[in-house]
Design a protein around this ligand. Structure first.
Ligand SMILES: [Zn+2]
Length: 433
C-alpha cells in the first residue's frame, strides 16, 4: 500500500483537480480521499503537500536503441531516464537493429523491459519489413507479441499504394499507423529548416512543404480507407492546420509535437550546434507560434519528445553530416511546464497531453488516469523547483541535448510505476530497489 498525501491531484481523465490523498494498492489505484489524511495508514507515505499528483506520464515517441545500438542507449538506461523525467510509460520506435518487424524482436523488447526496465515499455513495430517500404510487416503477429501501433519512424512510408493497403488491412483490427511525415524527394537532402538561418550558415535547407505534403497525403489516404492515423513530430504551421482540418472532417487522425518545436527555432543553429539538429528541423518563429496555437485549441493531442540518443562521435562533425535527433526524456516535462506561464493553457490540458492523450491514441488500457481501478502509475511534480540541467544529470547513455546548461523550473520529484517508486528526490522517500 502506498499513500500519496496532500497533493493537488490533477486527473483530466476523471475531471478531477483537487487537493487530497491517493491510495495505491496491489498495483492499482484504490481511491482518492478528500479532507483529512487517513489515520493509522499501514504502508509507505509520499508527502506531496504543495506538489501536483498526476497520472504517470506517457511519452509515445522514444528511441531506446535496443536491440542493436546499445552504445547509444538501451532499455535499462533509457527507462531510467524516463523515470527521472516523470514518465511511467514510453512507446519505442522500430528503427533498431534488427528492425522491430518480427514477433521475435517485439518479444525481446517486451521481455527485457519487464526484466530490466524502470517503466512500462510499449513497442511500436514497423509498417514495412526492414523499414524498406516494400513489403508489409505481419501486423497481427506483431500485435500478438505486444506491439501497440505501427511506424517506420525515421523514414516515411514512401509508396502511397502500400500505405493504403496497410491502412485497409489494419482497419478492422483498429490498429493505428504513426506517421513520420516527410517527402524525402522534396526534402532534397537538406539539413536545416529552409529559411534565413540556413541560408546565412550555408546549410542546405528542408522546406516546410516536405513535411506538409506528406501530412496531407497521409490524411487523404486515411480518409480514403477509414484508417486510424497519427502524425508524429508536427513542426510547421500548415502541418497544424492540416491536422485541424482532418479533425473537423471527422477523421480519426491525431497528432503530436515535441517540446523543442515550441521551445526553440532555427536560431538555435547559430554556431552550427549539431545538438540542435533533428528531423523535422527546428523551424521559424511563425511555425513555433502555430504549434502553440495548436496546443491551445486542442488540435495537438500529445507531447512526445522523440528521444533520440546519439554518441558524441556522430554529432561532433560538419553540420550537414551530423546525425539527427536529441535526447529529451529528462527535459520534456520542465519544457512543457513552461507552457503554463502567462496562463496560455490550463494545467489539466497540459497533463492531458502527457498522459490521457497518448493513452487514448495508443489504446493503453488502465493508463493515463488516476480513477479507481487504473494502474498504479503516478507522477509527483514540484512545479516551482528551479534547477539546472547539467551533463552529469543525464541518465541516458548519450548526452546530445541543446538544453544542457538551461535553467529549468519544475520537475518530477517522484515517479511511481505499478505501485513501485522508480524515482524520488523527496526527502525521506527512497526509490524501491
Ligand atoms: Zn520521425
Amino acid at each position: 500500500m502506498l499513500l500519496i498525501k496532500g497533493g493537488r491531484v490533477i486527473d483530466p481523465a476523471s475531471r478531477r483537480d483537487e487537493i487530497g490523498h491517493l491510495v495505491l494498492e496491489g498495483g492499482k489505484v484504490r481511491e482518492f480521499l478528500a479532507g483529512d489524511a487517513p489515520s493509522g495508514f499501514q504502508g509507505k507515505v509520499i508527502p506531496a503537500q504543495g506538489k501536483w499528483v498526476v497520472p504517470g506520464l506517457i511519452d509515445m515517441h522514444v528511441h531506446l536503441r535496443d536491440p542493436g545500438y546499445e552504445w547509444k542507449e538501451d532499455i535499462l538506461t533509457g527507462t531510467r531516464a524516463a523515470a527521472a523525467g516523470g514518465f511511467t510509460s514510453v512507446a519505442c520506435m522500430a528503427n533498431t537493429n534488427p528492425v522491430n518487424d518480427s514477433a521475435e524482436v517485439t518479444r525481446y523488447i517486451v521481455e527485457k523491459s519487464l526484466r530490466e526496465g524502470s517503466v512500462n515499455v510499449y513497442p511500436v513495430a514497423a509498417v514495412t519489413r526492414g523499414l524498406e517500404g516494400k513489403e508489409m510487416a505481419d501486423f497481427s503477429e506483431l500485435t500478438e507479441a505486444g506491439a501497440v501501433a505501427f511506424s517506420d519512424d525515421g523514414k516515411p512510408v514512401e509508396n502511397p499504394l502500400l500505405l493504403r493497403r496497410a491502412m485497409e488491412y489494419m482497419r478492422p483490427f483498429g490498429y493505428r499507423i504513426l506517421s513520420h511525415a516527410e517527402d524525402t524527394l522534396l526534402a532534397g537532402g537538406g539539413a536545416a529548416h529552409e529559411g534565413w538561418t540556413a541560408r546565412k550558415l550555408g546549410i542546405p535547407g528542408i522546406p516546410s512543404a516536405a513535411e506538409e505534403v506528406a501530412i496531407a497525403r497521409d490524411i487523404l489516404i486515411a480518409r480514403q480507407t477509414g484508417g486510424k492515423l497519427h502524425i508524429q513530430h508536427i513542426s510547421t504551421r500548415m502541418g497544424v492546420d492540416l491536422l485541424r482540418m482532418a479533425r473537423r472532417a471527422g477523421l480519426d487522425v491525431t497528432g503530436e509535437t515535441a517540446p523543442h518545436y515550441f521551445t526553440l527555432t532555427d536560431a538555435a543553429l547559430e554556431g552550427y550546434d549539431t545538438n540542435a539538429k533533428m528531423n523535422p528541423p527546428l523551424r521559424g518563429e511563425d511555425d513555433r507560434m502555430a504549434i502553440l496555437e495548436g496546443i491551445q485549441d486542442g488540435t495537438i493531442d500529445a507531447i512526445a519528445c522523440d528521444h533520440a540518443p546519439h554518441e558524441a562521435y556522430v554529432k561532433r562533425c560538419e553540420f550537414a553530416a551530423a546525425a539527427n535527433g536529441i535526447i529529451g526524456l529528462q527535459t520534456s516535462l520542465p519544457l512543457s511546464l513552461s507552457l503554463l506561464a502567462g496562463g496560455k493553457i490550463p494545467t489539466p490540458r497540459l497533463v492531458e497531453m502527457l498522459s490521457a492523450g497518448p493513452a487514448r491514441i495508443l489504446g493503453l488500457r488502465g493508463k493515463g488516469s488516476l480513477a479507481p481501478g487504473a494502474d498504479a502509475d503516478a507522477t509527483v511534480i514540484d512545479p516551482e523547483e528551479e534547477w539546472e540541467f547539467r551533463t552529469e544529470d543525464v541518465l541516458s547513455r548519450s548526452k546530445n541535448s541543446p538544453f544542457i546548461g538551461w535553467k529549468m523550473r519544475g520537475r518530477a520529484v517522484a515517479t511511481i510505476c505499478g505501485g513501485r517508486i522508480r524515482h524520488s528526490t523527496i526527502a525521506g522517500v527512497a526509490a524501491d530497489a
